[in-house]
Design a protein around this ligand. Structure first.
Ligand SMILES: Cc1cc2nc3c(=O)[nH]c(=O)nc-3n(C[C@H](O)[C@H](O)[C@H](O)COP(=O)(O)OP(=O)(O)OC[C@H]3O[C@@H](n4cnc5c(N)ncnc54)[C@H](O)[C@@H]3O)c2cc1C
Length: 489
């Protein structure tokens, strides 16, 4: 097993894409479960904190150590099996999501979880319950995790299989492979949004595996995952529509979202059923205009949508349905970017990726931490929430861009401060936005997790009693608080 200790060797493990920075004594690269167990064993004896690292694309500082050692999962990078007949794959956690998706696609299958950044590891996506563009149709990572192998901080191994271990009301009893028993009391936390990555997933009668998905490296180390796959669609329609009026774009999203829900509910073929519904505000388009001079002038917003074409639908009818909606909301068909083949579709995907990565580049260039919201609210409150968030930024005179997964009523409002003063001003706005999201029964984190940067906002969502119960779960499974210290709690 490789162990790195010199500054140059470990520096890349001391930050993540949020630009939060940390420090540690060493980075360990286990190559198998036995290595993982021996590292944990040693750390337990010396009471050394362990931070687990995926690929470091996280946006909350969760993989960044504040002392102790890092377990880097880079060498746990084998895909064990892709089963075409039974629609599943078994993989180690350090496999790159993009590589995994490519291998799965080659077998005519699809693994739907797709955060905009695909240079993340499978383990990182499970530990944050990541979601992405396709979540609007397919749901978050959680929906695809069938089995997890988990090493706890006492070296015990849990094998959690969906459907096998369930809580009895609020009581969840787990047994490790060696027979050690863990009795957990689970709070009942009900979410009214379609995606949520804030704190542990806790519900009466829940499936045990769900507690560990989204646990941000605080409960144990994922060493193996069995993931569900679906059939790959034969074709996908992909378009970016530009709107002169912001309100038209928001109405377009609302109508497309509702039409998609209706199609799914009544299993309507050949009608609107979006795979992705993504939004860019005027400032985002301006921010991207250097790279994309073809963005039409005088537009106030854009929406990127995708829809799968399957055996029971035809491209012509689906396109006509979308065109009708485009015209109804006064977008110009001539200004719409249609992808006519797979390469053009990838270009549109890149357009979506560009805004996120350009914001992160900007933040790094200023030496500041990322100040981007990850809040989502129930669909019925969405427009109000959008207008509220936007008006706070407008009145502050801070630069900002708004984009995100509007199909899921999920906004990334990124402030672009120039200096520490503006950053502090932006933090106050950030807090108000989180408060508003919670007031509207939403979440402060729909997909990035809480990590180290968003801890203060978790207490807006849950009562003190619920947070104490979450902390007790952590304490039962990791009594020395060795793992992911500083994350969530
Ligand atoms: C440009 C950009 C766009 C993004 N877009 C999205 C998006 O659309 N949707 C989205 O959800 N996220 C998005 N993200 C955030 C990020 O990509 C995801 O959070 C991703 O899941 C993190 O994976 P990672 O491997 O980089 O994890 P890391 O950042 O390395 O770690 C994240 C967390 O996972 C834990 N962890 C990692 N591996 C394990 C393991 N084996 N066992 C236990 N815990 C583990 C770590 O301890 C940490 O708590 C984006 C990031 C960027 C930079």
């Amino acid at each position: 097993m490789i162990i790195k200790t010199t500054k140059d060797e470990i520096v890349s493990y001391l930050h993540d894409a949020s630009n939060y920075k940390g420090f540690c004594d060493a980075v360990y690269f286990p190559e198998n479960e036995t290595d993982v167990i021996s590292i944990i064993n040693e750390c337990r004896k010396t009471n050394t904190p362990i931070t687990i690292s995926g690929s470091g694309t996280g946006l909350t500082g969760a993989r960044v150590p504040n002392g102790g050692i890092v377990i880097a999962t880079d060498k746990l990078n084998h895909i064990i099996e892709i089963n075409k007949e039974k629609f599943f794959a078994v993989t180690e956690p350090g496999v790159l999501l993009s590589e995994f998706q490519e291998k799965v696609n080659q077998q005519g299958l699809l693994y739907p979880p797709d955060p905009t950044e695909r240079n993340c590891f499978i383990g990182g996506t499970i530990a944050t319950n990541a979601s992405g563009e396709k979540t609007f149709k397919y749901g978050p990572t959680r929906s695809y995790v069938e089995e997890l192998h988990f090493i706890l901080s006492d070296d015990e191994k849990l094998v959690l299989t969906r459907g096998k271990e369930k809580a009895d009301g609020n009581e969840l009893i787990l047994h490790s492979l060696s027979g050690k028993k863990y009795a957990l009391q689970i709070p009942h936390l009900v979410s009214k949004v379609s995606k949520n990555s804030a704190g542990y997933y806790c519900k009466k009668n829940m499936d045990a595996i769900d507690l560990f998905i989204g646990s941000e490296g605080t409960l144990g180390i994922i060493t193996l995952a069995k993931l569900k796959l679906v059939s790959i669609p034969s074709e996908v329609i992909s378009c970016v529509v530009f709107f002169k009026e912001e309100l038209s774009a928001l109405n377009f999203v609302r109508e497309a979202r509702e039409a998609s829900f209706t199609s799914r509910l009544y299993r309507k073929e050949n009608s609107i059923d979006a795979l992705a519904l993504e939004y860019y505000d005027k400032n985002s388009l301006k921010f991207l205009s250097g790279e994309y001079p073809q963005i039409p002038s005088n537009v106030s917003a854009a929406v990127w949508f995708e829809q799968e074409i399957n055996e029971s639908s035809t491209q012509e009818t689906l396109l006509n349905n979308w065109l009708e909606l485009i015209k109804k909301h006064e977008a110009n068909e001539d200004d719409t970017w249609f992808a006519s083949d797979d390469n053009e579709r990838k270009e549109l995907e890149k357009f979506r990726y560009s805004i996120s990565s350009k914001v992160n580049e900007y933040v790094s260039s200023k030496g500041l931490k990322k100040l981007g919201t990850d809040a989502a609210v129930p669909d019925e409150s969405f427009e109000k929430f959008y207008m509220f968030s936007k008006s706070l930024c407008e009145s502050s005179a801070l630069r900002y861009v708004i984009y995100g997964h509007f199909g899921n009523s999920h906004i990334h409002l990124n402030m672009l401060p120039e200096n520490e003063d503006e950053y502090s001003k932006g933090l106050k706005i950030y807090e108000k936005i989180c408060r508003k999201a919670v007031e509207m029964n939403g979440t402060v984190s729909a997909e990035h997790g809480i990590g180290k940067l968003k801890k203060n906002y978790l207490s807006m969502m849950y009562s003190e009693d619920d947070l104490i119960m979450m902390k007790k779960i952590k304490q039962t499974l990791d009594p020395q608080f060795l793992l992911g210290r500083g994350n969530i709690f």
